[in-house]
Every structure is written in structure tokens, then in C-alpha cells.
Design a protein around this ligand. Sequence first.
Ligand SMILES: [Fe+2]
Length: 152
Amino acid sequence: MRSFTRSNRRIRKEWQDSFTVGIEELDVQHRTLLYLINETGDLADAQNTAKSATFTALNAMILYAENHFRTEEDYFERYTYPEHCQQKEEHEAFVDSVFSMAQELDKESALSLGSIILFLEDWYTDRVPGADQEYKQFLSIKIADEAKVVHI
Ligand SMILES: [Fe+2]
């Protein structure tokens, strides 16, 4: 659900400890992704922001998301996560969707930046506290097992 302040501007989504996936590298990336989505949203909300600045922020967020997905997929491959292929497909679908939206925006179509921000916020809420939690236990067991082998 969308949150607004009294002046009808967005409320920045905040990181919650329950979002953690138990791997510091991925948690840092998830926090940074949230920061970049919030920054893009703030630029979109500001009346006097040049469209190019928001577009640049949106592209930076997409590139960061791609890098994050590669990091996650490296973990999936290393520990043979059974849902690796599905996760990879979902990552690719997200990047394709957001790049398409960004291109539409650049063509001055009817698509609004606000609707892209809403899409990103909904995606983050579904993804990080949702789908990404599914690999948390699997990877934590694998990493703990690996640590035991190293110490034998
Ligand atoms: Fe993630």
C-alpha cells in the first residue's frame, strides 16, 4: 500500500532487520538498492528536478540491480541452489521490464515516472522481504556446512 505524508509526498521505505538474508554482502546490496529506489522516488517527487536527473538515477538503480543479481546468482551457482534458474529468469524479467519502462519514459510516452517508482517499490517489497527470503535458510546451511569442512 502506498504511503503519503500530509503534503501528499511519498514516505521513503525504510530498511527492516527482517529483510536480512543472512549474508552481509547481499544485505548491503539490498540496503543500497532501497536507497537508490528512494533517491529516484525523491527526485521524481521534486517539482523542480530536471527529468534527465531522474532518468540518470533510474538508470543507475537498474545497473546496480543487475550487479546485485549477478552476485546473488554467483551464490546460487556456488551452492547449487535448486531455484537458481527460476531466480535468474525473474531477475532478467525485472531488468527487461524496467529498461523498457525507462525507454518509454525517454520517448515522452504516457508512462509516468510515478508509475515506474510505484512498480519499483512494489517489486522491492515482493522481492527482498519476500522471494529473496526463500534462499536464506538454504544458503545459511550450505555456508555453515562449508565452514565446518574448512575447520576439520
Ligand atoms: Fe536480491
